[in-house]
Design a protein around this ligand. Structure first.
Ligand code: CP3
Length: 321
């Protein structure tokens, strides 16, 4: 999940003078921000510091990341002609800072490095809505009212993200995560018709070229698990609205699960947090599970709660094996 961020005093200090984009494009600083939570929390993997919207600039569309809001566009994509502004760039040439950051990280890290991208659907949400959205009205109007435009947009985003993930793996990322944060807004029928074919293509396209595990994470996807399992991904990341035991019964055993502690619990008493963490681990009786939060760390979270949590997960899993 998002490991680096405003819950860390050191990150808040850096953000006083630098925008997220300034951090991502400065390899030394970006590596430092990526490593910070690994050292601070003792987690078992690092996730490259970036944002899902970063590869969209080289694909042809300008945006800004507003504090407390997220990625925003001045001119959202609302017509078929607008989709033509997007193309698949040469990421090696357009994002040299990514390869440099990964190079630094692979030399410095003693844990694996995860690269990532936004899923075509969630990126399409930002591009079509122009920013975060509650009801995704423009997206749904496009899917159902202008399927040609939707398909063209999903096609170019799928090709773009396949190239971007391959690029990160070629640079040295050892696992890849696809974030589909807003996909829970769709029902099963629409997910299967308008999203799953592109996700399946994205996974296949990456796997054709690089041999790294692919994690697919979505929020509010309890109703979509069987469909997601058809995508070809190696790991499914879950939020806390579905239990791990239920997901385990519904997802084939060759697909690992990841999740799913409610990050809101990190704000409450330790005994409650510990009981929930233990209950998650107790639902697993075979290999193929990655303990994680069910979504990002909120800015109000005490660093100490996260540190205690990773320590507990390590100790508890060791004591059982
Ligand atoms: O080091 C790491 O942990 C990786 C960093 C990371 C960021 N964004 C940095 C960031 C990752 C993996 C992301 C992914 C991302 N970005 C997602 C998918 C995961 C999820 O949380 O659902 C999404 C939907 C986005 C879009 C986005 N960018 C949002 C919703 C926000 C938060 C807006 C806010 O201010 O609350 C951002 C900005 C952003 N990206 C921040 C960080 C640390 C926080 C604000 C900042 O520091 O500028």
């Amino acid at each position: 999940m998002r490991q680096a961020g405003r819950y860390q005093p050191e990150y808040r200090e850096i953000k006083k003078t630098r925008r997220l984009i300034d951090i991502v494009t400065d390899p030394e600083l970006c590596a430092q921000v990526t490593i910070l939570p690994v050292d601070q929390l003792n987690v078992d993997a690092a996730i490259l510091f970036s944002d899902i919207i970063m590869p969209i600039t080289p694909m042809g569309i300008a945006f800004e990341i507003r504090d407390g809001v997220g990625p925003c566009l001045d001119t959202p994509i609302r017509e078929e002609a607008h989709v033509k502004r997007l193309s698949v760039p040469d990421f090696v040439a357009e994002m040299p800072y990514v390869s440099e950051t990964i190079h630094i990280l692979r030399n410095q890290l003693s844990v694996p490095l995860i690269g990532f991208c936004g899923a075509p659907f969630t990126l399409a949400c930002y591009l079509v809505e122009g920013g975060p959205s509650k009801h995704f009205t423009h997206v749904k109007r496009t899917i159902h009212g202008n399927p040609d435009m939707w398909n063209a947009l999903m096609e170019v985003l799928t090709a773009g993200m396949a190239a971007y993930l391959r690029f990160q793996a070629d640079c040295g990322a050892q696992a890849l995560q696809i974030f589909d944060s807003w996909v829970g807004t769709l029902g099963v029928v629409d997910y299967r018709s308008h999203v799953l074919p592109y996700l399946t293509r994205l996974v296949a396209e990456v796997k054709r070229h690089v041999d790294v595990p692919i994690i697919y994470f979505g929020v509010q996807t309890g109703h979509l698990l069987e469909s997601i399992a058809e995508s070809g991904c190696d790991v499914i990341g879950l939020d806390w609205r579905v239990s791990i035991a239920d997901a385990r019964r519904r997802v084939p055993a060759n697909i690992a699960l990841q999740g799913n502690l409610d990050p809101g619990l990190l704000l409450g008493p330790w005994v409650v947090l510990e009981a929930h963490a233990k209950s998650i681990l107790d639902q697993i009786d075979a290999p193929g599970f990655i303990f994680n939060l069910g979504h990002g760390v909120t800015p109000q979270t005490p660093v100490e709660s996260l540190h205690k949590l990773t320590q507990f997960v390590h100790n508890y899993t060791k004591s059982r094996s």
